[in-house]
Write a protein that binds this ligand. Structure first.
Ligand SMILES: [Zn+2]
Length: 464
């Protein structure tokens, strides 16, 4: 099987260190707020990857961290502390914030049928491991202490920019505007391994260390947790494209300096979800979450289906209209599957050849739209018995995870109450002679594929 490797910038044959076993590390969320649907696209991609590898016969050992300490609003250790920001916003402690949003994150994953990784570890539970690694990095001369903090010295790593393909000189041009000036650093791109001099008063999470009371840098978490649970070598490391620089570049620098050898062969990154304004992110103010979609009547799995329609390495343009199209074709697909009678002979040879094709699509850099095409081919194939079709659907759905055979649940009720609310709002707007608002509500629903029909007595609606 072949995947695109960010490290080599080409599609490479995938060969794990140990035959039959894949050690996979996936960066987890910083739990200071809800995940927006753009973040969740990355977790859907990683889920398909894990399940695809399993489908092809690998045993996958997957680890994910939960970042509950040390992550700043800028990935380059500048700006505000994200957890403190969340705590301040909600008048809670950082621990309460972390617990609440960790739970919310896994609820979202469950709704999207994303399997929880075998090992999930909180960053704040492994302080001893980070201290051990930082001590080693200091001893080996890869790190230095300055102004009370410990920094990684990137000048010691000749291939520091290999993963990102960035050029230091070009980065330097913008450095004065974008990177907060930390006088203690030798190079503006050196990064923090341990902070004792916090710029945040009342920093809640802090621990004793050989360098004084403080907290770890964000990047060392992943290196530390990966080393503890996956050992010295890992096969695939994933994340969103945002993680490539500096986060993953820093992880490589730390881990390879610590172990003294190459650490991870394959780096895979999921692309952005964009809306009309550009990349969707938390910093854009209002964020779209799975609950927002549910309130508007969409099943979370129609969002999963929407994601699968496009390749994980392509930017995907999101709009309610396009989600609505995906949602309607997802509903059609489900009803088509559920109309098949599970009868006739089981045709082993034909089934095997379809399963092989499905594996090829997985090994073709995780080509999800090709996987869906194969599924549609199965449904259309007159030579296949109902029993063979259903058994193939079950088999493919272990990867696609679209609940194709599960009967529809209460999604329509949610949609109905949402539309009824909008109809009431529109009546009120009309009474107030605010026709602009009334029209806006009508158009908003239309964009979601819902057409209002004004009758004599009441307004009804239909789904397009
Ligand atoms: Zn990470």
């Amino acid at each position: 099987m072949k995947f695109y490797n960010t490290l080599t910038k080409r599609v490479d044959e995938f060969v794990p260190y140990e035959e039959g076993i894949v050690r996979m590390y996936t960066c987890g969320p910083t739990v200071y707020y809800y995940a927006h649907i753009g973040n969740l696209r990355t977790y859907v991609f990683e889920d398909i990857l894990e399940k695809g590898l399993t489908y092809c016969g690998y045993q996958v050992k997957r680890v994910m961290n939960i970042t509950d300490v040390g992550h700043m609003t800028s990935d380059a250790d500048t700006g505000e502390d994200k957890m403190e920001k969340g705590a301040k916003r909600e008048g809670k402690t950082v621990y309460e914030i972390a617990d609440f949003y960790t739970k919310a994150f896994f609820e979202d994953l469950e709704k999207l049928n994303v399997k929880k990784p075998e090992i999930v570890e909180k960053a704040s539970d492994h302080i001893d491991q980070y201290i051990k690694m930082v001590e080693q990095l200091l001893q080996k001369g890869y790190a230095y202490i300055s102004n009370g903090n410990v920094y990684f010295d990137i000048s010691k790593i000749p291939n520091y920019y290999e993963l990102s393909g960035k050029v230091q000189e070009e980065l330097m041009v913008g450095v004065r505007d974008t990177v907060e000036n930390d006088e203690a650093k030798r190079n503006p791109f050196d990064f923090g391994l341990w902070f004792t001099l916090s710029k945040f008063e009342n920093q809640a999470m802090k621990w004793d260390s050989p360098w004084g009371v403080g907290y770890p840098g964000w990047h060392i978490e992943c290196s530390g947790i990966a080393a503890l649970y996956l050992g010295e070598y890992i096969d695939i490391h994933c994340g969103g494209v945002d993680n490539i620089f500096p986060h993953h570049s820093n992880e490589i620098a730390q881990s390879e300096s610590y172990f003294g050898h190459k650490w991870c062969n394959f780096w895979m990154h999921g692309e952005h979800l964009n809306d009309a304004k550009g990349k969707m992110s938390k910093s854009n103010g209002e964020i779209l979450t799975i609950s927002t979609l549910e309130k508007q009547g969409f099943s979370p799995l129609s969002y999963r289906y929407f994601c699968l329609g496009s390749h994980y390495r392509k930017q995907l343009l999101f709009s309610m209209e396009s989600l609505n199209i995906a949602s309607s074709s997802y509903r059609k697909l489900k009803s088509k599957v559920q109309s098949i009678k599970e009868e006739g002979e089981y045709q082993e040879d034909l089934a095997l050849s379809y399963q092989e094709k499905f594996k090829e699509a997985i090994g073709n850099d995780l080509n999800t739209s090709m996987m869906l095409t194969i599924l549609f081919d199965v449904l259309k194939d007159d030579k296949l018995s109902g029993l063979t079709k259903i058994s193939l659907v079950k088999s493919f759905d272990t990867v696609l995870s679209l609940d194709l055979l599960k009967k529809e649940e209460k999604v329509d009720d949610d949609l109905d109450s949402f539309v009824q609310e909008k109809i009431q709002e529109r009546i009120l707007a009309k009474q107030n002679k605010d026709y602009q608002k009334a029209d806006a509500i009508r158009d908003e629903l239309l964009a979601m594929g819902i057409r209002l029909k004004d009758g004599k007595e009441k307004t009804t609606y239909e789904r397009l």
